[in-house]
Design a protein around this ligand. Structure first.
Ligand code: NAD
Length: 291
């Protein structure tokens, strides 16, 4: 099995920064890449803040947090040749991911494992666009990665047993629990969760309840820690829409059709917390419902 020392993370967005954080804290050297250099700087700032919070809450020792910070470095794509394991976590768009995998062909060592943090796209389909389908696997972290216990592991048709075994050991060393999911659209967590969110958006669209009534109902009536609309804003409405589109197309069942209101919010660029506005406006404290 490959001995993993250096991990590459491509995409320094909300998931990428959390994955880099978790890997560094587990003792791996991390090279963090993004197409937008400003996103890397922002991610390093977020990681610093989140490590401080873990120290304050006595979840992590100060010296461990300091050591983790030193292990993460911003990196150009061409420098990821130093990595034993690379996790792609860029936007949930098949063509963008395909382009990254093409760019990595001349960069990665032949023995390096390539993983995707995709929420919904077929691992087999993504693997076929790489130069290493046998060394390609899905590792689906939950948001926020430093807090959530689970990682779904998804094998593509061509994923080798060795790749699976190495990944299992690696994810175990990150201190995460594992669920094996078969390679079908949106795997397990999002197959169940995102249609529930889409239904909550239909409930709003059809005027059954207000934003506040829907979230309150699910928090207090179903004991969900967050209401579905609040959760949609947290995940990112663009990501929610992409997942619904993958379910709709991949399972060819009209029950997965994305709610037109979700489409409208994404078209407006109201993507949730990351753009300050979604079903709530986060520029006010407390956030104000936008409908
Ligand atoms: P995000 O929008 O916060 O971040 C995406 C990042 O990718 C941005 O920093 C962007 O600059 C960068 N990027 C885009 N194209 C790139 C390229 N060609 N090369 C390098 N960087 C590029 O998105 P996110 O929420 O972090 O999602 C990233 C991935 O993780 C997606 O596949 C998503 O489905 C998956 N995911 C998301 C969640 C969630 O709750 N948001 C949970 C699990 C998995």
């Amino acid at each position: 099995m490959t001995n993993i020392k250096t991990v590459g993370v491509i995409g320094a967005g909300q998931m990428g920064n959390g994955i880099a954080h978790v890997c560094a804290l587990a003792g791996y050297d991390v090279l963090l890449n993004d197409a937008d250099a400003a996103r890397i700087d922002a991610a390093l700032g977020v990681i610093d803040k989140n490590l401080n919070r873990q120290v304050t809450r006595e979840l992590v020792g100060k010296s461990d947090a300091d050591a983790a910070r030193k292990r993460i470095k911003g990196s150009a794509l061409k420098d990821l040749g130093a990595c034993d394991f690379v996790i792609e976590s860029i936007v949930e768009e098949h063509d963008a991911k395909k382009q990254i995998f093409a760019d990595l062909r001349s960069v990665l060592r032949p023995d390096a494992i390539l993983a995707s943090n995709t929420s919904s796209i077929s691992i087999t389909r993504l693997a076929a666009t790489t130069d290493r389908p046998d060394k390609f696997i899905g590792v689906h972290f939950m948001n926020p990665a430093p807090v959530m216990e689970l990682v779904e592991i998804i094998r593509g048709l061509a994923t080798s047993q060795e790749t699976y075994d190495t990944t299992l050991e690696f994810v175990g060393k990150l201190g995460k629990q594992i669920a094996n999911a078969e390679d079908f659209p949106a795997f397990i967590v999002n197959r169940v969760l995102v249609p529930m969110i889409n239904e909550a958006i239909y409930t709003l669209y059809e005027g059954v309840g207000s934003v506040e009534a829907i979230d309150k109902s699910m928090r207090l009536g179903a004991h969900h820690p967050m209401g579905p609309l609040e959760l949609a804003d947290f995940i990112g409405l663009d990501t929610c829409l992409s997942i619904m589109q993958v379910l709709y197309e991949g399972l060819a069942d009209s029950k997965y059709r994305p709610c037109p209101l979700l489409v409208k919010y994404v078209e407006a660029g109201w993507l949730g917390r990351k753009t300050q506005r979604g079903f709530y406006d986060y520029r006010t404290d407390p956030p104000t419902p936008t409908r």
